[in-house]
Design a protein around this ligand. Structure first.
Ligand SMILES: Cc1ncc(COP(=O)(O)O)c(C=O)c1O
Length: 434
């Protein structure tokens, strides 16, 4: 099935008991066993089925199948937020004494996770000088357990060359993990270009309405854990925490998600509630239509900003002179994402005046909502970083990040226009007062 169809039907068939066509919300903690033997077989993972909703839940299971299908993976684990998904994705690969190698352009909290939290648990993160395959490869050694990138960096808007990063990872015997939140599987499926694991914040475009937090880890099923048994002992040797289970023997291509679920979700419990799964499924049904409109509106907005004399610079990969334009053509089919950044003339003060004057566009830290949103990364999402870290992540002091929504584009542009007028009025008024 094509993505548009998977988004509506993937992973669910009319409920056999009730004939419910919409995915039911299974608001239950536990599931009754037929007998002691049935319970034991479930706990031994000898048969499929549900035991307890901290491990799996039928509503969330539909979401997991749907996301896996959308990304072209074999399996998915859906959890409470994008950050939980990122944490589980990495912890499932790396432990004390290991490292991961990452591109430098990252979402702020991911940067904090990598730069501060994982190191405090004994996992170091090596930030490459750039997102190029060469810069990444230089940092890989025997203790490396993954290469990490955002397919489209938030907020830098850089587009990673997934194919070459996947080749470098493969050549060095480690998986490539890609955060595909900004692009969505509608614009890009990293697994088609060799990525091994894909992570999402479902909170953004997939949910699409700014109502529900969620995250997903998707496995391509293609990484050869057995060929790299010394590096990835956790999948190939008996797991003492699960009565000696060997994940690759028991689950084959599903080993990675099975372990993420039965080790990390089961013991640390960042589960997605069934109601959240239901709401996210509602959002996903329209993701293809929404992304089409997001992309169309973003282009019109980018062109408006580029042509406006009050705007100093616009960072939008849809323009032919953008350094990542060729990558946008290759990986996004020319459909540059609706997350774009720009700076007004007049520096930080003018940028703040612009931000304060917005009326329709919401001032907040989120993206991928049906509503247009604006954020000032230096004072919010990327606030914890130093000036040097800002430079590495592509964050400028005056930078405004827009997530262009699906309202009528004329109304979005009218709001930007009046806010731009306000941005230039304040310095003029100050000048007049002098
Ligand atoms: C690229 C990216 N990944 C992950 C996250 C974290 O997602 P969540 O807020 O669902 O934890 C975000 C949040 O903005 C993001 O932009």
């Amino acid at each position: 099935m094509k993505s548009e169809t998977i988004a509506i039907h993937g992973g669910y068939e009319t409920d056999p008991t009730t004939k419910a066509v919409a995915v039911p919300i299974y608001q239950t903690v536990a599931y009754e066993f037929d007998s002691a033997d049935h319970g034991a077989a479930l706990f031994n993972l000898e048969i499929g089925g549900f035991r307890y909703s901290r491990i799996s839940n039928p509503t969330t299971a539909v979401l997991e199948r749907r996301i896996a299908q959308l990304e072209g993976g074999v399996d998915a684990l859906c959890v409470a937020s994008g950050q939980a998904a990122l944490s589980y994705a990495i912890l499932n690969l790396a432990g004390m004494g290991h490292n991961i190698v990452s591109v430098p352009q990252l979402y702020g909290t991911t940067y904090t996770l990598f730069g501060h939290i994982l190191p405090s648990q004994g996992i170091s993160v090596r930030f490459a000088a750039s997102d190029s395959a060469d810069a990444i490869e230089k940092l890989i050694d025997d203790n490396t357990r993954a290469v990490f990138c955002e397919s489209v960096g938030n907020p830098a808007g850089n587009i990673c060359d997934i194919e070459s990063l996947a080749q470098v990872a493969e050549r060095n015997g480690v998986p490539l993990v890609v955060d595909n939140t900004v692009a969505t599987p509608i614009l890009l499926r990293p697994i088609d270009y060799g990525a091994h694991i894909v992570v999402h914040s479902l909170t953004k475009f997939l949910g699409g309405h700014g109502t529900t937090l969620g995250g997903a880890v998707v496995d391509s099923g293609r990484f050869a854990w057995k060929d790299h048994a010394r590096r990835f002992r956790q999948f190939n040797e008996p797991d003492a925490s699960y009565h000696g289970l060997v994940y690759t023997d028991h689950f084959g291509a599903h080993a990675y998600i099975a372990r993420a679920r039965s080790v990390f979700q089961r013991t640390t419990g960042a589960i997605l509630s069934p109601l959240s799964s239901f709401l996210l499924l509602q959002g996903i049904e329209t993701v293809a239509l929404r992304v089409e409109r997001h992309v169309h509106n973003a282009r019109r907005v980018a062109e408006f900003l580029r042509d406006d004399p009050r705007v100093e610079w616009v960072n939008y990969a849809g323009f032919p002179d953008h350094p990542h334009h060729a990558l946008a053509q290759k990986y996004l089919g020319g459909r540059a994402c609706s997350l774009l950044t720009f700076g007004v003339f007049g520096g930080l003060e003018a940028g703040k005046a612009f931000y304060d004057a917005l009326r329709l566009i919401k001032r907040l830290v989120n993206m991928g909502d049906a509503k247009s949103l604006a954020c000032h990364p230096a004072s919010t999402t990327h606030r914890q970083m130093s000036a040097e870290e800002h430079a590495r992540a592509g964050v400028k002091p005056e930078m405004i990040r827009l997530s262009i929504g699906i309202e009528h584009v004329d109304d979005i542009i009218a709001d930007l226009d009046q806010a731009l007028a306000a941005s230039q009025a304040r310095p003029a008024a100050l000048r007049a007062a002098e």
